[in-house]
Design a protein around this ligand. Sequence first.
Ligand SMILES: [Zn+2]
Length: 206
Amino acid sequence: MCIFRYKIREERGETMPKLTFFYGVMNSSKSARALIQKFSFEEKGFSVGLLKPAVDTRDGGEWVRSRIGLCSPAHPVAPDEDLNRWYLHHPFDVLVVDEAQFLSGRQVEALYEVACASAPVFCYGLASDFRTRLFPGSRRLFELADELVRIEALCACGRVAQVNARIENGKILREGSRVEIGGNERYQSMCYRCYRRGLSGQTHGG
Ligand SMILES: [Zn+2]
């Protein structure tokens, strides 16, 4: 295990593992990238722990699935779970976390501690909710991550999408409960300009 970890550090040209946050809007291929990254490390002989906050129950809470068909079982992280303690019993070479916006601030701090001491941690998730406000988990990741990587997706007008708009009856909702998990029909990624104008997919004119 230690040799594997050392090899990862050496391969990445670093002396220490680190915490990386890949953030993007909905449908920007975050889950697919997380699964591909897991596969790539496993192909080289590293053990990879895949985690996903249990608040996301779309897939029974125990699977990471991408729209292009990739999937893998994941450890469902309970809202108050102590991830330092979990890692002590599951000392993987690498950790990959999907839907990381749903982690608590304390859980992000625990992952940071794992990244400092033992294994690189790659988190994938949304930055902000449909009200354009940061999720608590994402906020802590922006504060602590050693590396931030934006995964870009386009708005229907051609600009870079940055808002996950919640759509109901063709209109954008700006208030309501934060954690409401839905499919494509309820959320649409768009640029802030289109969000401000109140355009949904049906009326997009640019
Ligand atoms: Zn736009």
